[in-house]
Ligand binder design. Sequence first.
Ligand code: FAD
Length: 420
Amino acid sequence: MQTEKTDVLVIGAGPAGTVAGAIVNKAGYKVRVVEKMKFPRFVIGESLLPRCMEALEEAELLDSVLEQSFQRKTGAKFVRDGVICDYSFSDQFTDGWDHAYQVTRADFDKALADGLEAKGVPIDYETTVTAIKFNDDGSSVTTITDAQGDEKQIEAKFIIDGSGYGRVIPRLFGLDKPSNLPPRKAVFVHTKDVNRQMDDEPDRITIVVHKPDIWVWIIPFATGITSVGFVGDPAFFEKYSGSPEEIMRSLIADEPYIAERMKGIEYLWEPRVLQSWSATTEKFFGNGFVLTGNVTEFLDPVFSSGVTLATVSSQIAGKLVVRQLQGEKVDWEKEYTEVMMQGVNTFRSYVMGWYDTTLHTIFFAKDQNPDIKKMICSVLAGYVWDTDNTYVREHDTALKKLAKTIKLRDSIEYINNGFK
Ligand code: FAD
């Protein structure tokens, strides 16, 4: 079997793989990427966060993205029973990017992959990793199979696994672990958006609360196409039957805000269904490898954290791989796992707070404290590593405390009004 050599083998050419590959390549090491699919390929995950832009910038892939003229995203709007809570990234606690983009992932991922190839990093498309053997010194021999079924071996000093839902290393080495989040389901479609309001609508994601644990995304793209998806408890979807299009039309008809917004729209393809995506792994690194992006842990789509966690994990891991290749001792647990878990756990508290409605109480409260709103906005912008932010540092308690205060204030006001 033919054997080739590289310094670093990257599995997957999604946002995680391309950012990691670019960072290692920038330091002068030989990188090779293997990607199972042919690009462009569809993947969901279309609303980016400002923090993600910093990772793209450091990977020197930002220009490839900007060339695509994607829809600029300046905030996130939450809607419940006609009440709107709007977060603008220009009004946030952390000093960071005030915008991101809403992207068709087929184009976004292709732009990143092409940008990486333009830097001289080869990507083998339609090539799948089928086996990996690690040596005691951390170097490895990976077996790959191309579209013709031909096998090849790649010897690498280090492997970065950015294989997303493919979860290559966790699956090959039995590292998969169930997530502590309950299973959820999504039904989504791209639409030809005839009702878009040009004044403010396209420049943000809109999240509509349909039921306490069922929500809908509206993500407008620059092309006039808009992505719409329902997400929540799989049991909720059981009462809907028929073809995917019939199910989607019934879902939309049952939510007044979406029914009005999506009146008369045409679907560009048959609605798709995804279910039970949350998963995690025993460890984020090992002797000769690191996992980045969705392979580590994917929580939930509600706060659009996926691509940000994918790119930031690769930004951090890529630099650690470089230091290790340069002969430095890297404390992977402290410098990678603990750092990533800080971000993941912050988002986890917000995801849990969303589904148990703590965040509904906060988002739809009257007379919101502007300083607190700025801190929460920074979390929604992906700045979940800024521990100067109380709503990052105390993510597991601060939201609950705030919701309790709001409820108490509302009860007192109600009693006072009752006595008037
Ligand atoms: P991927 O994008 O999945 O890329 C991994 C690549 O690895 C793929 O191209 C795959 O083909 C390749 N691969 C797999 N197996 C192999 C193999 N054996 N050999 C070689 N290559 C392989 N995130 C957001 O940021 N914003 C959102 O609005 C958002 N919405 C979402 C909605 C839903 C319903 C879901 C389920 C997720 C959403 N996400 C969102 C999350 C987002 O999809 C992921 O977090 C993101 O795609 C992770 O990027 P990645 O690079 O880790 O993995």
